[in-house]
Design a protein around this ligand. Structure first.
Ligand code: UGA
Length: 438
């Protein structure tokens, strides 16, 4: 049955969730204090690059089931569920997550919350946050036992809408049967399509998300650690990943070695887990995550070392970085390995040119010191070295004979190029985690 819901915080997560909830038939109001975001959303523009999202946003606006507002109003008093999707960024000067946006979202919703309605947190949080927010909500509303649940989100950028509509699993942390009933009702279309629905307590639901991202980061850094060994021993980490992946207990997903992981989630989430575990007095349990972070960042240094070996000093050398986004099909440059490499090369004295099919606008604002080039063929002209740092389709399918660098030298930072093809076009090709004979 269609329910009335609000979605609070319209960033990546909230926008996608609001659209997905409208698509499955609910009446949805998205709430976001930033007027500029509202102006953009009401025109059917998500405001970030996510394949298929703008089209679905416009379609849902047209049904009348989806609308956006700057603040709560009478609709919120009628709403059965309020989903909180605000950001929990890394706190400046610390590894911990900043939960202040959640606290203010709770304060705001408390003024409109019915006693039988449910508040559901979706943001990624340190374990223990939901129970603190429940206490805050009780104080702000005067209800003895307000309904607050946690429902972590596992969507990936680039496939966000599809992941929201057809998740691998739904995890809900609840404290009473009323909350579980409401969540079963709101997710009924997914549950009846066979999506596993896992009911836990609040702390477990919070920790499931942190653990999932820590595991994914660990898988990537594991294969990148093997890549470091492969590089000095003559082994091939790509073949190695393929070979170990045949063991079903290991699996072959998330074992692509290269310049490492980035984005708004994996790096910040492992740091937040370290910080929370330390606060809880069990820092040792995840101290290995420090190494996961370090292995990841060392991959960027490896690219700089390869460039330096090839070019001598990087001083005044022209280096083209292919990619700025942290992964393809996204314009997100947060903690992007590609951008990290560009900045390291710049710091080493190189003249750095960055190309990306969609993410340059975000780079221009933050890093005016980098030269940006939107035209891929022009970007190659006269450069001394090329680094493929984000595996966009445009780069994977590029005909190396169509480009005109000053020096034909490319580092495949994602192990996606057809090496023989590039070599036939006269390029010297180096890659991470394997030795290529040129
Ligand atoms: C990640 C998780 O995969 C989602 O499940 C989670 O919901 C999301 O964080 C979140 O917490 O919101 P996302 O940040 O969109 O999703 O990106 P991923 O697909 O996980 O990729 C992360 C990074 O790892 C990218 O930089 C990617 O290039 C890199 N990666 C991925 C590798 O270097 N090797 C691999 O084998 C896979």
């Amino acid at each position: 049955m269609a329910m009335k819901i609000t979605v609070i915080g319209l960033g990546y997560l909230g926008t996608t969730h609001a659209v997905a909830m409208a698509k499955v038939g609910h009446q949805v109001i998205g709430i976001e204090p930033n007027q500029h975001r509202i102006d953009c959303l009401v025109q059917g523009k998500a405001g970030f690059f996510e394949p298929g999202l703008d089209e679905e946003l416009a379609a849902q606006l047209a049904t009348g089931r989806l609308a956006f507002k700057q603040a709560h109003d009478e609709f919120s008093r009628d709403a059965d569920i309020h989903f909180i999707c605000v950001g929990t960024p890394q706190t400046a000067g610390s590894m911990a997550a900043d939960t202040s946006y959640l606290e203010s979202a709770i304060r705001d919703v408390a003024l409109y919350l019915r006693e039988d309605a449910l508040v559901v947190g979706k943001s990624t949080v340190p374990v223990g946050t939901a129970s603190k927010l429940t206490a805050q909500l009780a104080q702000d509303t005067g209800f003895t036992a307000p309904n607050l649940a946690w429902n972590p989100e596992f969507l990936r950028e680039g496939t966000a809408l599809e992941d929201s509509l057809n998740p691998d699993r739904l995890v809900v942390g609840v404290t009473n049967s009323r909350s579980e009933e409401l969540l079963r009702e709101v997710f009924a279309p997914m549950i009846s399509a066979g999506v596993p629905f896992l009911v836990t307590d609040l702390a477990t639901a919070e920790l499931v998300k942190a653990a999932a991202n820590a595991f994914l980061a660990t898988k990537i850094s594991f294969i990148n650690a093997m890549a470091e060994i492969a590089e000095v021993s003559g082994a091939d980490a790509t073949q190695l990943a393929n070979a170990i992946g045949y063991d079903e207990r290991i699996g072959n997903k998330f074992l692509r070695n290269g310049v490492g992981f980035g984005g708004g989630c994996l790096p910040k989430d492992i740091r937040a887990l370290i910080a929370r575990a330390e606060e809880l007095g069990v820092g040792e349990s995840v101290s290995y995550l420090h190494e996961i972070d370090k292995i990841n960042l060392r991959r960027r240094d490896r690219v700089i070392a390869l460039l330096t070996k090839e070019l001598g000093s990087l001083q005044a050398k022209k280096i083209l970085i292919l990619g700025a986004a942290f992964k393809p099909d996204s314009d997100d440059v947060r903690d992007s390995p590609a951008l990290g490499i560009a900045l390291l090369a710049k710091a080493a004295g190189a003249e750095v040119i960055v190309h990306d099919p969609v993410a340059l606008h975000g780079v221009a604002l933050k890093h005016p010191e980098l030269e940006l080039q939107q035209d891929l063929l022009k970007a190659f002209i006269g450069v001394d070295a090329v680094v493929l740092a984000t595996e966009w389709k445009e780069y994977r399918e590029l005909d190396p004979k169509s480009v005109n660098p000053g020096n034909k030298f490319i580092i495949d930072g994602r192990n996606v190029l057809d090496v023989a093809l590039w070599q036939q076009a006269g390029f010297k090709v180096l890659a991470l985690g394997r030795t290529i004979t040129n």
